[in-house]
Design a protein around this ligand. Structure first.
Ligand code: F3S
Length: 112
C-alpha cells in the first residue's frame, strides 16, 4: 500500500522528502509534490523527513482517500523530481494552515 502527499504540503513544499526516496517516486507541481502510487514501495522513509507531516500511508487516509487519487493523477502529469530545490520563502507561514486544497492547490507543473 503506497504513501500519499496531503494538504499540508501545499505552499510548504519543503522537498526534504525527495532525496530519501529509493525509487524516485516524487513528482513536482507548482505548489506541492505528489507520490506515484504505482512506484511507491511503501518503505516510509520519507514520512519523518517532512517538516510539515504531509506524507501519510494510504491506510491512514480514511475519508481523505481522495488524496491518493490526486497523487495518482498528478504523478502522471507532473515532472519527476529527485533533488531538493528551494522551498517557498514563506513555507513556514503556510505550515499548519487547514484546507489549503480548495484555494491554494495549483494543477500546474513545477520544476522537476
Ligand atoms: Fe511536501 Fe513535505 Fe515533501 S512539505 S515537498 S511532502 S518534505
Amino acid at each position: 500500500m503506497p504513501h500519499a502527499v496531503t494538504d499540508n504540503c501545499i505552499r510548504c513544499k519543503y522537498m526534504d522528502c525527495v532525496e530519501v526516496c529509493p525509487v524516485n517516486s516524487f513528482y513536482a507541481g507548482e505548489t506541492m509534490l505528489v507520490i506515484s502510487p504505482d512506484e511507491c514501495i511503501d518503505c516510509g522513509v520519507c514520512v519523518p523527513e517532512c517538516p510539515a507531516q504531509a506524507i501519510v500511508p494510504d491506510t491512514d487516509l480514511g475519508e481523505a482517500s481522495h488524496w491518493l487519487e490526486l497523487n495518482r493523477k498528478f504523478a502522471s502529469l507532473w515532472p519527476n523530481i529527485v533533488a531538493k530545490g528551494q522551498p517557498p520563502h514563506d513555507a513556514d507561514v503556510w505550515s499548519g494552515v487547514p484546507n489549503k486544497l480548495a484555494e491554494h492547490f495549483s494543477p500546474n507543473p513545477g520544476d522537476g
